[in-house]
Design a protein around this ligand. Structure first.
Ligand SMILES: Cc1cc2nc3c(=O)[nH]c(=O)nc-3n(C[C@H](O)[C@H](O)[C@H](O)COP(=O)(O)OP(=O)(O)OC[C@H]3O[C@@H](n4cnc5c(N)ncnc54)[C@H](O)[C@@H]3O)c2cc1C
Length: 469
């Protein structure tokens, strides 16, 4: 395989060996692992096409990969074979300021898009918390959200056109540089397809004006329940903040331990609220804070300048990293529910964690009803992984029962393929499979993800699970 691909690319673009296998055997969902035989580093659409053609001719499975920050196992090479990394496809190709759009290669890191547009007062609005690392291709394929999704929407609303190498090696261009062009509906099938319909090589994205006025506050509540009730009350008021993020007591503990951040002693949960707009937003923030106080807030810190604003965001942005201080293994679950059900759902999450004897911390996009229970534990303790996976599935079933869905933004990957597959009606499932057929999915392009259709996938779950230990 290495020899064959070294002829298609140059030998320096083909990685193999034990260090490579270990590095690329999972993404940020570390429960399941499966190593590739080799990793290729193409630099252009044509090189990606040559790789995909070679894989098809040789019947070798291939898995696209951006930065590997995915949280559902999407970039794990489930059946081995080739990982197609976009690491060397990181260029911003064109910034079209008059038309407020930008063309970048799929491996461009999210934040670099905004940095390239910032001098003109523009930015790429989707801002997953992984934005200093995750790539445009990963964002498109997971249809990523972020703290500002509440006001600005998910990635789908910001992608205009994508160039993709399809599963059999054909190059297609979907969508249009002009927003809402006639082909947009086909593009929307690619966004969120988790690398199962082909490999995106470059894309035109929409640039959004940076807000002229921003006001940010960190509000402390005595417990998670009062904080989530405040979220419901704020949105009932008709105010749509740019961000409404929640952190619970265990996240605060991790932040105290890891970074020495200080919070009020009696605080049991925090809400980070941000309002923005073309006109001053102080009145909007004041009305949000009034609702918070009426819901039991015990402390309010309002950022007075950009430096203080960045400090308040530290609590949100460093939360997951800080959890490394709590335990060696973290599994972040992801589900979405109508936000009015948040208090009930969080109570269920705490109950599940205590039932299986592991810790849980919650850090999530509360305004969207998009929860992220982060279970922390030691995966070397026999049986723990299985319990965490089972509890995660129960949480997802609860999301469905409450009228929500099994993913808010992290995708299905291998993690949720079972739960999601079972939640579909036979007619829905057939339609999903028919969409794959339209794109000529062959079973080689990112197999066993989203809708595992090969028999082998089910048997492989056993092989992936716990492969780390
Ligand atoms: C600390 C942390 C915070 C996070 N915060 C958020 C958040 O706020 N919001 C959010 O939505 N997600 C978040 N995530 C999840 C993750 O960062 C996103 O899903 C991100 O978009 C993945 O990008 P990536 O480049 O790492 O993609 P990868 O993990 O490499 O891949 C993700 C999926 O996309 C496919 N893929 C990647 N590139 C391509 C391509 N060019 N063509 C076709 N398929 C491709 C892969 O096969 C895989 O299925 C977070 C993750 C971490 C670790």
């Amino acid at each position: 395989m290495v020899a064959g691909l070294s002829e298609v690319l140059s030998p320096s673009q083909v990685l193999a060996g034990s260090a490579t296998h270990r590095t690329y055997d999972c993404d940020a969902y570390t429960v399941d692992r499966s190593a590739p035989t080799c990793v290729v580093l193409p630099e252009s659409t044509e090189e990606v096409q040559a790789i995909v053609r070679w894989c098809n001719e040789s019947s070798v499975p291939f898995t696209p990969r951006g930065a590997g920050t995915g949280l559902s196992g999407g970039a794990m090479p489930a059946l081995g074979g080739v990982v197609v990394s976009t690491k060397k496809m990181s260029r911003i190709l064109e910034v079209d300021l008059p038309n407020r759009c930008l063309l970048a290669q799929a491996g461009a890191v999210n934040i670099r898009l905004s940095q390239a547009a910032a001098p003109a007062g523009l930015h790429f609005a989707p801002d997953p918390s992984s934005q200093t690392v995750s790539t445009l291709g990963g964002n498109i394929n997971e249809n990523s959200g972020g703290p500002h999704t509440l006001k600005y929407g998910v990635t789908a609303q910001h992608v205009l056109q994508a160039t993709m190498v399809g599963c059999s090696g054909e190059i297609v261009v979907l969508g249009s540089r002009v927003a809402n062009g006639p082909e947009s509906s086909l593009l929307s099938l690619i966004v969120g397809s988790e690398g199962t319909l082909g490999i995106v090589t470059e894309a035109w994205v929409r640039l959004t004006p940076l807000p002229k006025h921003v006001a940010t506050a960190l509000v402390a509540f005595p417990d998670s329940s009062s904080a989530t009730q405040a979220v419901v009350a704020i949105l009932e008021e008709g105010v749509v903040p740019a961000a409404l993020e929640m952190m619970d007591f265990n996240i605060m503990q991790a932040l105290r331990t890891a970074f020495g951040l200080e919070f009020p002693e009696e605080a049991g949960a925090l809400l980070l609220v941000e309002c923005d707009g073309e006109e001053p937003v102080n009145d909007e923030l004041d009305s949000v804070l009034a609702v918070c106080r009426a819901s039991g807030a015990i402390d309010v810190r309002v950022a007075q300048d950009e430096e203080e604003r960045a400090k308040l965001w530290t609590a949100r942005k460093k939360g997951i990293g800080a959890m490394g201080r709590l335990a060696p293994t973290i599994v972040t679950h992801d589900g979405v529910i109508p936000r009015t059900r948040l208090p009930e759902m969080l109570a269920y999450v705490y109950e599940k964690a205590s039932e299986i004897g592991v810790g849980v911390a919650n850090l999530f996009h509360a305004g969207d009803g998009n929860l992220h229970p982060c279970f922390y534990f030691d995966d070397r303790v026999p049986g723990t992984i299985e319990k965490v996976v089972a509890a995660g599935e129960e949480i997802l079933r609860k999301c469905l029962e409450l009228g929500g869905s099994v993913t808010g933004e992290h995708g299905i990957g291998v993690e949720k393929a079972g739960v999601w597959g079972h939640s579909l009606s036979p007619a829905d499932r057939d339609l999903q499979m028919a969409v794959r057929d339209v794109f000529g999915v062959s079973g080689l392009c990112n197999p066993c993800k989203v809708l595992p259709d090969q028999k082998g996938c089910v048997e492989h779950v056993k092989r992936w699970r716990g492969a780390a230990t």
